[in-house]
Every structure is written in structure tokens, then in C-alpha cells.
Design a protein. Structure first.
Length: 270
């Protein structure tokens, strides 16, 4: 077996959690990530027949039965992942009935997956149905996106349009826009169900007064998606109280559609 600490998926997870912490997106134990792993690649590093323990999932996901995930742990600090990955991360297989998680590696202190694990799995089901290449779900608390939910209309079209108008790359990076949920109690299946429904039409879902869910084909894409939206929110907060002399118009956004062969969300542009 190869050394799992050298596995590309684990190395990138460690880099990403450290980067997110350093960006200020994941204070304390805030935030969580799950990555769908390739079985063939994983078999180079782990004995897939050796189950350390079985952890009840708290939900049912038969669509993911037999799939493997690298997941951050509950109560774990992103800043500590690079120092003790085997404590702060775990590799799981969803059981055949979709009801349990079989731990194959990690959580060596007896811990388990993030409390948002059901929300992640529900969102994986939604995104995989839209795009089988979407293998990452990332949740964090980006400061400016969070602040924006206090002062901006939470209407999805209005929220999206404001972000698109802040910098040229936004409509290119997330042409489907962002979806928005009002404040909800976190860590339960209700918010997971609501998020998964929103994930059917966008890779970014804002949790008002809480944070953001992002999806992507890999860690870089999910991180970059969140990073772009967060930069736009920062720009908005810097100028929201000032008189605007110009902005990016709908006509100009249409020009970007043509230039980059993208299609902005239907009905969002005049």
C-alpha cells in the first residue's frame, strides 16, 4: 500500500483547509468539507475491506451507497488539520443501505464526521444529478458574504445581480448565480434538505447570517467559486453606502456571455 499521507486528495485537502483558515473563513471549528473519492485510486492507499467502525449517518442516501468520501470531523479546527490529519479528517464509505457511514481511515481520537454531514450528502446527491463531475461540497463562513446578508435584500435575483455587477469575472465564474436561504437552525436535516433543493440550480447557496455552501468538480474549483463571490461581496460593502456613478450594466453582462460562451441565469438580465 502507498502512504496515504502522500495521496494527492489528502495533500490537497490539507492545503485547502489551511488556506481557508488563513482566509478567515473558518474560525474555530466553523466550516466543513466533503470530497467524493475515486474507489480505484483509494484502493492504492487503503484496504477497502477493513472497516474500523460503523457510524450512523442520521439520514438515508441510497443514491450514494458504496461511494467513498473524505470528510472533515465534527468539532475539529481547520488550523489543526495539517498537524494531525488522521484526527481531524476521515475517509468513509456509505453503506449498502445508505443509512450508515463505514469508517476506513481517520478520526483516530474516536471522533466522527461533521455535524453538517447529512447536508453535505444531500447536496452531493443534488449536484451529481446535475453534473457527475461535481465531487466537492464546501461550507464556510466568508466574512463579507455573511455581512452582506444583513444589509442586502435576500431575493436571489437581486443578490446575484449585485455580485455580478461588482467585478467582471463574477458572471463568468458563476453564471447560474447564487441561491439564498433565510436564517435557519444549522446542523439538522431541515437545512440540509433546503440546501440540497437550492443546489439543483446553483453551485453557491448562501445561508443568511451564517455562511455559504459551494460545490465544484474539485477543491480548487469550489474554493475559487467561493473566493470570487466573497471578493464581490467585499467590493459591495466598500461602496454600498456611496453614490454609484457607474456599474456593470446588463448590456455589458450580455457582452460577457458572448465573449466567454456562457449563459447567465434565465430571467436575471434585461
Amino acid at each position: 500500500m502507498k502512504d496515504i499521507l502522500q495521496a494527492p486528495f489528502l495533500v490537497e485537502m490539507i492545503r485547502t483547509t489551511d488556506n481557508m483558515y488563513n482566509h478567515g473563513w473558518d474560525e474555530r471549528n466553523g466550516g466543513n468539507i466533503s470530497v467524493l473519492l475515486d474507489e480505484k485510486e483509494l484502493a492504492e492507499y487503503l484496504d477497502l475491506d477493513r472497516v474500523i467502525r460503523v457510524i450512523p449517518s442520521g439520514f438515508s442516501a441510497p443514491e450514494l451507497a458504496g461511494r467513498y468520501f473524505l470528510v472533515t470531523g465534527t468539532g475539529k479546527y481547520f488550523k489543526n488539520v495539517k498537524y494531525a490529519p488522521d484526527v481531524n479528517l476521515g475517509i468513509l464509505r456509505i453503506s449498502k443501505d445508505g443509512e450508515n457511514a463505514e469508517l476506513l481511515w481517520g478520526f483516530s481520537d474516536g471522533g466522527k464526521f461533521t455535524s453538517e454531514f447529512p447536508a453535505h450528502m444531500m447536496s452531493h446527491v443534488s449536484r451529481l444529478a446535475v453534473d457527475p463531475e461535481n465531487k466537492v461540497i464546501m461550507h464556510c463562513h466568508p466574512t463579507n458574504i455573511l455581512a452582506m446578508t444583513f444589509v442586502h435584500d435576500l431575493d436571489e435575483k437581486a443578490f446575484t445581480k449585485t455580485l455580478w455587477q461588482m467585478c467582471t469575472e463574477c458572471v463568468i465564474v458563476f453564471p447560474e448565480g447564487v441561491n439564498v436561504l433565510p436564517w435557519m437552525v444549522c446542523g439538522n436535516n431541515e437545512i440540509g434538505i433546503a440546501t440540497a433543493e437550492k443546489m439543483k440550480t446553483a453551485r453557491l447557496v448562501v445561508w443568511a447570517q451564517h455562511g455559504l455552501y459551494g460545490a465544484g468538480k474539485d477543491l480548487d474549483e469550489a474554493f475559487g467559486l467561493i473566493e470570487t463571490a466573497e471578493k464581490a461581496a467585499e467590493l459591495y460593502l466598500k461602496i454600498a453606502h456611496l453614490p454609484w456613478k457607474q456599474t456593470i450594466t446588463d448590456e455589458q453582462l450580455h457582452l460577457l456571455e458572448k465573449q466567454f460562451n456562457i449563459k447567465a441565469r434565465e430571467g436575471y438580465l434585461d
